[in-house]
Write a protein that binds this ligand. Sequence first.
Ligand code: VGL
Ligand code: ZN
Length: 178
Amino acid sequence: VVDLQNDFCSGGALAVEKGDNIIPTINRLLVSDEWLRIATRDWHPQNHISFEKQGGIWPEHCVQESYGAQFHSLLDSHFFDKIISKGTDESSEAYSGFQGTELATVLKENGIKKVYLCGLATDYCVLATALDAREEGLKVMLISDCVKSADIHEGDGHKAIQEMIKSGCDILDSTVLK
Ligand code: VGL
Ligand code: ZN
């Protein structure tokens, strides 16, 4: 579950339109402990390079320990077996849950060869995480009704999904998952 944090949901600093709408379906999937349920979170220091005041392209968001960085209150985050913090190095942007984190190691240690991806935003952190997962040799299943795109440029979300398909990701609907 990628970055389901307040700052990416309605009212947040970098809100994804209708981002919160995917939460009930994700909660349904999180109930089953047959999954290793992993959350990533954008977890930036105050002076992160991606922030406008540091010359970056984003307003300040997901500052470590802030309200905006917390998981959305409707998300059943107590089900998470593992939380991966990313973007913690002030001098590098990290959209992917694999970049500069222990995620690849955690998956290897647990013998996981296939990941199901959902969360925010399709055209940024979900895309980057999916592509890195493919690079890691994992099978990637994108749960299409459990992602939302920022669509800063029209069609970004659609393009991101095409890119994921091109890299070998499978796309599925949550209704086929128990
Ligand atoms: C994200 C922009 C900046 C994301 C994170 O989680 O998609 N987007 N930081
Ligand atoms: Zn960020």
